[in-house]
Design a binder for this molecule. Structure first.
Ligand SMILES: Cc1cc2nc3c(=O)[nH]c(=O)nc-3n(C[C@H](O)[C@H](O)[C@H](O)COP(=O)(O)OP(=O)(O)OC[C@H]3O[C@@H](n4cnc5c(N)ncnc54)[C@H](O)[C@@H]3O)c2cc1C
Length: 593
């Protein structure tokens, strides 16, 4: 069976020891986010995830959602769990107090999102999509729209969706055909959207669809897309539920994973919609929703990876098979537990190293999101925003590719028992697979990194990572106790710099060179960022080996050594692959495939 306990000790490590989480409470508006408050909130969140959401995960996968005549039923127990979730104020955690939110830092919400994804990713899709809609309206809605809709999204009584994809267009949103005709101070929206998560369900009394559509005079491509708010029920005179709008769910998808998350075909038939932001400004508005959603998906990968690791670790400690190569360890038993075998340890350590580096990186970026939003100094805000923008595609890809790989290793560690449904591990693999695809497939994240983020402001974004990395290396490279961590990191960082120059120079001459290098470059960047995190974690852990929790810091150091010696060397082959250029990819004629 899968097993899960929230990694509260690791949250304390990253928020209180590795980074200065206490600095959050010094940001205007976050005064109440002290270390004690954050601990208490995370402990409470852990309880909810472990006791309410986790027990519904496997039954939810077995039952899935049901569709009948436009009505969608979520699996048994989801409605009650959602009520508990809202009553606990979890939908309001990182929302603006002006609309009923609790005003806690995004960093705290990151931890919550990870725990929700660990325990029930399908359930998490419903409040997750609502939070995306909340952010789009908060940043781009009119005052009237904010007053009318945000309190409902914040208290969870209404939910939200993101309606981008159409049957003929997913990645290339410039092809969108859904139309918006001006009508009596609003718009009539017509068209079909597919794959819409939480498009229809029975958890909330109303659903607010944020829909990309074209106005009649729209220019072609993404420059001609506008964003509209299309409520399932139009708001009544008292602000509550009014008339039923012309948007209906035509069917739900039957899919590989996240079966308890309703993935809907949505038909808009002259539905009343309200423009959000400026005409033709839809992509900009949608991007603010997508950027936070991309980080949310990154945390989904991490969350699933954590459950896979904990479950595989428990299994490897109990399952008796074979004897240790260095002689029996459990002499009173017929065989040793799996964990004695080097190959099982290899897999467990990859899982642990991936998850803990990702958690550290998530905390680093989460803190910068809070700085970008709240810091009084505009220069600090700009620097933080740059780092977040640079790292968003890296987190999205690395955490979700990693989450899938980690879940897959979990199956391998459990052998045949991992493959059968009853144990729950195969569900994690199926659930993790979509995280690599939605919110911009991972190949598209790599293009975003190479094509947009690297050249932006003449490389200014890149320097937000390069400069702290250089400072860290300069400060610690001569410390003999730290060299085993800092030197491999410095070497990988050198390769990243080399690859950056290569990609920039070749990409300038020929964009296909940049496209061909993108995914490998992103992976090289991600491994270097993980090395940065592991080197920093080692620096914090080394002086604490003599204390009460020596076991914890020993674990950090051993995992840091594993990462530096057995995972980071992949950067060498990535640099070789990047250096090979586009030719080996592009030489084959399309007909010859
Ligand atoms: C379970 C589920 C939930 C979803 N939820 C939502 C939702 O709530 N709202 C919503 O609007 N959509 C949603 N989607 C849609 C999802 O975001 C898209 O499936 C995704 O963006 C990819 O689009 P596509 O499937 O049309 O693939 P395509 O765009 O056809 O791409 C296919 C492959 O080609 C690659 N590719 C495409 N263009 C390029 C290029 N220029 N260069 C290099 N590679 C390229 C892609 O990376 C991908 O690997 C969901 C999908 C699923 C399956």
């Amino acid at each position: 069976m899968t097993t899960y306990k929230a990694p509260l000790r690791d949250y304390r490590f990253v928020l209180e020891e590795l980074f200065d989480g206490a600095a959050l409470a010094r940001l205007p508006g976050y005064e109440e986010a002290t270390a004690d408050t954050i601990r208490a909130v995370l402990e409470e969140g852990a309880r909810l995830c472990e006791e309410v959401l986790f027990p519904l995960n496997r039954p939810g996968d077995e039952e899935g959602c049901a569709y009948e005549n436009g009505v969608v039923r979520t699996p048994k127990g989801f409605k009650e769990a959602y009520r508990t979730f809202c009553a606990g104020g979890w939908t309001a955690l990182a929302c603006d107090p002006a609309y009923g939110g609790q005003g806690l830092p995004h960093t705290v919400n990151f931890c919550l999102e990870e725990m929700i994804s660990s325990t029930n990713l399908s359930f998490g899709m419903y409040p997750g999509l609502s939070h995306g809609a909340y952010r789009a309206l908060l940043l781009h809605g009119s005052d009237e729209q904010k007053q009318r809709y945000l309190p409902r999204l914040v208290d969870g009584s209404w939910s939200g969706t993101m309606c981008l994809t159409e049957p003929h267009c997913g990645t290339d949103l410039g092809l969108i055909r859904t139309r918006a005709e001006p009508a009596e101070g609003a718009y009539k929206i017509s068209g079909t959207k597919i794959f819409i998560s939480a498009g229809e369900h029975d958890l909330t009394e109303n659903i607010l669809h944020l829909v990309l559509a074209r106005l009649p005079d729209a220019p072609a491509g993404t420059r001609g897309i506008s964003l509209f708010l299309v409520p399932k029920f139009l708001p009544g005179a008292d602000g509550g539920i009014g008339a039923r709008n012309g948007v209906r769910c035509g069917s739900i998808e039957h899919k590989m994973g996240i079966k308890a998350s309703a993935t809907c075909v949505m038909n808009f038939d002259e539905a009343t919609g309200f423009l959000v932001g400026k005409p033709h400004g839809g992509m900009r508005a949608m991007f603010s929703m997508m950027n936070s959603a991309r980080l949310g998906v990154a945390l989904q990968g991490l969350g699933l990876g954590e459950t896979a690791y904990q479950s595989a670790r428990a299994y490897a400690a109990e399952r008796l098979q074979g004897r240790s190569l260095s002689g029996p360890k459990a002499k009173d038993k017929p065989a040793d537990p799996l964990i004695v075998h080097p190959d099982i340890r290899r897999m467990l350590l990859i899982m642990k190293a991936q998850n803990e580096a990702a958690r550290a990186l998530a905390a680093w970026i989460g803190i910068h999101i809070d700085i970008a939003e709240k810091h009084p100094d505009p220069a600090e805000r700009e620097a933080a925003e740059d780092l977040v923008a640079l790292m968003t595609p890296i987190l999205k890809s690395q955490f979700t590719d990693g989450g899938f790989a980690v879940a897959n290793l979990g199956v391998q560690i459990m052998g045949g028992h991992g493959y059968i449904r009853e144990q729950g591990m195969e569900q994690l693999v199926r659930d993790a697979r979509i995280t690599q695809i939605y919110e911009g497939a991972n190949g598209i994240q790599a293009l975003d990194l190479v094509g947009r983020k690297l050249p932006m402001h003449n490389g200014r974004l890149l320097r937000r990572f390069f400069h702290p990395a250089e400072r860290f290396i300069a400060a610690h490279k001569d410390d003999p106790a730290l060299q085993e961590f800092v030197l491999p990191f410095a070497k990988a960082f050198g390769k990243l710099q080399q690859a950056t120059v290569l990609v920039a120079q070749r990409g300038m001459r020929d964009p296909e060179e940049a496209g061909a290098a993108a995914s490998d470059y992103l992976r090289l960047f991600a491994l270097t960022a993980f090395a940065f995190m592991w080197a920093r974690m080692a620096t914090v852990s080394l002086p604490k080996l003599g204390g009460d929790e020596a076991w914890f810091y020993k674990g950090k150091l051993a995992t840091a050594r594993f990462f530096m010696n057995r995972m980071l060397p992949e950067t060498s082959s990535l640099l070789t692959i990047i250096s090979a250029g586009a030719k080996p990819l592009m030489a084959l004629e399309a007909e010859a495939f």
